[in-house]
Ligand binder design. Structure first.
Ligand SMILES: Nc1ncnc2c1ncn2[C@@H]1O[C@H](COP(=O)(O)OP(=O)(O)OP(=O)(O)O)[C@@H](O)[C@H]1O
Length: 293
């Protein structure tokens, strides 16, 4: 990334993901309107922005979990427009999801085995899928156990996922995403609901993935995490990319500071003194119940 200019839409030397003219509106509100965006292969790229900036919507669009009004994007040179989420995942671009109610009722190992099906959704789970797996099951179990060991969840394989702490759930979400052998993982608020004691461990896992050649794109609100771990940062505000750059470029970017302060303008007591959107760890998961390991 040396020599890449810090400006919105800048071309990268070896982009794994390219998006152009991606737009999505809800009624009269334009949630996403991205002119051009490239994600460099093998980097940790953070997608940040104030509440309501369009980060989740952009994630959903790129991964096939929502439909664009306009625009196109490609991953590894292959057009993804109109491809459903499970096919996008099979093409190597996979996203994490917070564990749904149905998933929290399954064991940790079943969560992993279901993920091997490539984000088809838990409604497909059950005797039918189990029957269909017959041949692949051994390979999948082997891979699942390797990943559970890596994320230090192997001793929990028979526990119900809902019994895991907030941090362990995040580890499971990450482990699940790796079941399809992706080349890019998109992490949705990997630190939300995680006890500070486990944050370093999670950060270690994310940088290890990058060091093994994986591309990581993540949405996060915690500025210390973002500035500490990111190779590149993309800032969204009101659906548009308003800035891109290395952490030092973004830290001092006035447009970015204005966007955060503007977003906080009407919130009582916000004071606008910080560029942190300030809502990390508030997703109502098992924060404060970390056991660590
Ligand atoms: N399904 C939907 N129907 C209507 N409006 C929506 C829908 N999804 C998102 N929006 C609106 O689109 C805008 C962008 O929302 P989005 O959730 O993508 O922002 P975000 O940057 O992820 O915010 P946060 O940091 O709070 O999660 C918001 O104004 C939101 O209210």
């Amino acid at each position: 990334m040396a020599g890449v200019e810090p400006r919105p839409g800048v071309a990268k030397p070896d982009p794994i993901l390219r998006a152009s003219g991606v737009r999505r509106s809800f009624g009269g509100l334009t949630a996403v309107d991205v002119g051009h965006l490239e994600v460099q292969r093998g980097t940790i790229t953070a997608l940040i922005g104030p509440n309501g900036a369009g980060k989740s919507t952009l994630f959903n669009l790129l991964t096939g979990f929502d439909r664009v009004d306009a625009g196109e994007w490609s991953f590894e040179g292959r057009r993804l427009n109109g491809m459903p989420g499970h096919k996008v995942a099979r093409n190597g671009m996979v996203r994490t999801f917070q564990l749904t109610k149905a998933l929290t009722r399954m064991t940790v190992l079943d969560n992993m085995l279901l993920a091997a099906q490539g984000q088809m959704g838990e409604r497909f789970f059950g005797s039918f899928l189990r029957w269909q797996w017959a041949g692949q099951e051994q390979d999948n179990v082997r891979r699942a156990m390797e990943l559970l060991e890596r994320f230090k969840l192997d001793t929990k394989k028979d526990d119900i996922a809902g019994s895991l702490s907030g941090g362990q759930r995040k580890l499971l979400e990450m482990a699940r995403s790796l079941m399809v052998n992706p080349s890019m993982v998109m992490l949705d608020e990997p630190m939300a609901g995680v006890n500070p004691a486990l944050v370093q461990s999670l950060l270690g896992h994310i940088t290890a993935l990058r060091d093994e050649g994986m591309t990581v794109l993540f949405v996060e609100h915690d500025m210390d995490v973002i500035m500490g771990i990111s190779d590149w940062i993309v800032v969204l505000a009101q659906g548009q990319v308003i800035a891109e750059g290395r952490p030092d470029d973004i830290r001092s970017n006035e447009q970015v500071i204005d966007a955060y302060l503007g977003a906080h303008h009407d919130e009582p007591g916000s004071g606008g003194e910080s560029a942190d959107a300030g809502n990390s760890g508030d997703d109502g998961t098992a924060a404060g119940q970390e056991e660590g390991r």
